[in-house]
Design a protein around this ligand. Structure first.
Ligand code: PEP
Length: 255
């Protein structure tokens, strides 16, 4: 079954709500409706921008979707600073990134936390984009495939096949994030192919064929074409280049 590519722009902690509106307008202007028949494009702004992005996208009936950079493991209650999956769903968020390497590194999130976040998102109809990826030491040791599969198993542990069918996986080697050092298409395919193989073990081959596996790490308009041609790469999670409206639109059109 053909998988529709997904390009997701992770803005990280950049852009206030006014800048967010300007960027979405720029992307929409540069990416006419016809492109959305072949690619899904989503922006992942900071929480505080989401309401403004929603108003713009719904008001102008844009085909761009949007999501959040994180979600709480909790349903609701006395968890200061947290944002629940129910709140994101109410805001029209289609996606929530879980387990980004910056959350794993700076907030000590482990696979169990990532799994709990993914479950919350699924429970409320928000698609989790589950991030995994090895550091440079693991890559240099040559154990990157098994390392990623271990993270994948831990982050999806106990999910039913029909739940796994609803997730997006993002393979993001940590050494490639924000460094300008993109993985070669062959290196990215090696891990994304192994991820799909593991998804088949966990949820069956039919489910594995439908799950979108993204590559992330220094993706830009120049390298997205070759990456997207790989059998098991179904789009990209984009950081830096997602802050430039023209480039993000261009790379979305190429993917
Ligand atoms: C990311 O933050 O998920 C990412 C891939 O960043 P960049 O594209 O800047 O490497």
């Amino acid at each position: 079954m053909a998988r529709k590519p997904l390009i997701a722009g992770n803005w990280k902690m950049n852009l206030n709500h006014l800048e967010a509106i300007a960027l979405v307008q720029k992307i929409a202007f540069a990416l006419p409706d016809k492109y959305f028949d072949k690619v899904d494009v989503t922006v992942i702004p900071p929480f505080v921008d989401l309401r403004s992005v929603q108003t713009l996208i719904e008001g102008d009936k844009l085909r761009i979707t949007y999501g959040a950079q994180d979600v709480s493991v909790h349903e609701s209650g006395a968890y200061t600073g947290e944002v629940s999956a129910a709140m994101l769903a109410k805001l029209g968020c289609r996606f929530a990134v879980v387990g980004h390497s910056e959350r794993r590194q700076y907030h000590n999130e482990d696979d169990a936390t990532v799994l709990a976040k993914a479950k919350q998102a699924l429970k409320h109809g928000v698609t989790p984009i589950v991030c995994i990826g090895e550091g440079l030491n693991v890559r240099e040791a040559g154990t990157h495939v098994e390392y990623n599969l271990e993270q994948l198993r831990g982050s999806l542990k106990g999910l039913k096949p029909e739940e796994i069918a609803k997730v997006v996986i993002a393979y993001e080697p940590v050494w490639a994030i924000g460094t300008g050092k993109v993985a070669t298409p062959a290196d990215a395919q090696e891990v994304c192919g192994a991820i799909r193989g593991e998804l088949a073990q966990l949820a069956g081959p039919e489910v594995a064929e439908t799950v979108r596996v993204l590559y992330g790490g220094s993706v830009n308009a120049k390298n997205v074409g070759e990456l997207s041609k790989q059998t098991d790469i179904d789009g990209a999670l984009v950081g830096g280049a997602s802050l430039k409206g023209d480039e993000f639109a261009t790379l979305s059109a190429i993917a």
